[in-house]
Ligand binder design. Sequence first.
Ligand code: ZN
Ligand code: ZN
Length: 186
Amino acid sequence: MTPVSPHTIIIAPIGDFTPELLDLIRAEIKRIYAFPTEVRPLLEDLEFAFNPNRNQYHSTPILEELARKAPADAIKVLALVQEDLFIPILTHVYGEAQLGGTACIVSTIRLNEGHRSLNTQEPYLGRIIKEAIHELGHTFNLRHCREHTCLMHYCRNESDVDRKSDQLCRYCKVLLEDEMKRLEVK
Ligand SMILES: [Zn+2]
Ligand SMILES: [Zn+2]
């Protein structure tokens, strides 16, 4: 018997997310990355990453924990949270990813104009989906792109996110294809 090769992108919700949102994210992941997806909660809560001085959660240790907990069949893990995330050099982040690694995370709160309870209408859903695909792109070794309409463009605010399309630009598509080939030969 050959060992299970990693082939599934795991979506790990932490907190309540509607099945509609999860289905939309799964469909977009399949469209862009062509890997099967599964929803599996990997973390109970984020308290270990809470910073009381900032009243926010440090995303980097969350990524490390997700990568540690990634099951054998997981090629990537995408966590979804409603908590406000930060890295030390920035006031907040929409998400973070391990470049070329396993884990990434997206927070919905800033994409939802600061509301914790999830707004299930446009443009909020579209923003969450775009940032989820963006963070996963980093795990597939994609870096930030200067093209404003490309999913890999770095967004400073919600209107930047709204201006992005739901596609990778031609350049990022080529880089992604190269990375996919590299993953297959491994
Ligand atoms: Zn980014
Ligand atoms: Zn691009």
